[in-house]
Design a protein around this ligand. Structure first.
Ligand code: MG
Length: 309
């Protein structure tokens, strides 16, 4: 299924986006057959990508050595966002178990966070690990609203917030003024944390933007401001490249934003995009989860290694 496919392309909205592109590179569809693909994470040592197929309660693995796709974990507790920590371990948000876990080097699973102040989380959605080992995650209620991506349940929290789990196990609420916090990523110097709010998915005129917060030395966040409003659907998951550009999911593909929030170009995808991740040995290949399919595009930019460079 490699090759050029209908509905894909690159849309240059500002000259600076041209330098992000490779002239003859094309969007590839690597695999299809998911119901709602999410949470891509690249494992450099093994040269594979893991991602979630949330409604099918499984995680899949794309093997870069031969292009094959296989089931990585099933059941997956309706896993959603995934990332890799500083030691190369998988960190996963699980809707059904309403927790964040880490898969250890021996394959065992450690619970990082499943409640705060005695209350269960809603359904952790997306996660990022800072270089100090702290694990930051969002907790909207998509996994408990209906039975499709988890299991319908009452919210014990009563709202949707953002949290930080420190290496010593302590959990702190770092933002409490989001409607439905979703994707999140740090700037290359980790002085900024970007967080998407997808509140418009269920609330008319609700938020559909990414906010930017300054990260304090003590791990607190500034109140932050809106960095960019989404011009096509919602910003769900996203990643930041080495130059600080934000590559975000949107309804019509991937939107590339400058660190100042200007939309400079798009990678057009014929399905709604949920999340992206840089991978490949040089981190110059953007893997794109688009509803039923996994896509990729080689770019003239590089992602940030989650385990340091
Ligand atoms: Mg998400």
């Amino acid at each position: 299924m490699y090759g050029m496919i209908d509905g894909t392309g690159f849309e240059v909205l500002a000259p600076s986006f041209q330098s992000c592109l490779i002239g003859h590179a094309r969007v590839e569809r690597l695999w299809t057959g998911a119901r709602w693909a999410e949470g891509p994470a690249w494992f450099a040592a093994g040269r594979y990508l893991v991602w979630s197929d949330i409604p099918n309660n499984r995680m899949l693995r794309f093997d870069d050595t031969d292009g094959s796709v296989s089931v990585f974990r099933q059941p997956s507790n309706n896993s959603n966002g995934n990332t890799v920590d500083r030691e190369g371990r998988l960190v996963t948000c699980e809707h059904l178990a309403r927790r964040v876990t880490r898969t250890e080097h021996d394959g065992s699973i450690t619970v990082i966070a499943d409640r705060f102040e005695g209350k269960r989380f809603n359904s952790p959605n997306d996660v990022v690990v800072k270089s100090d080992g702290s694990i930051w995650f969002t907790d909207p209620d998509y996994g408990i609203l209906i039975d499709y991506e988890g299991q319908r349940a009452e919210s014990e929290m009563g709202a949707c917030h953002v949290y930080r789990a420190d290496p010593d196990g302590r959990i702190t609420r770092v933002a409490d003024d989001y409607v439905k916090p979703n994707g999140l990523a740090f700037s290359p110097d980790e002085r900024m944390l970007y967080i998407a709010d997808t509140g418009a998915s269920h609330i008319k005129d609700g938020p559909a933007h990414i906010r930017r917060h300054a990260v304090g030395e003590d791990g607190t966040l500034s109140r932050g401001e809106v960095l960019a409003e989404c011009t096509a659907g919602l910003f769900d998951g996203f990643r930041v490249d080495r130059e600080g550009r934000i590559w975000s999911s949107a309804a019509d593909g991937v939107h590339c934003l400058t660190p100042e929030g200007q939309l400079i170009g798009k990678i057009l995808i014929p399905e709604m995009v949920s999340n992206v991740c840089f991978g490949g040995p040089r981190l110059n290949r953007l893997f794109i989860c688009g509803t039923t399919s996994l896509y990729s595009a080689f770019l003239a930019v590089n992602g940030i290694s989650p385990i340091g460079s």
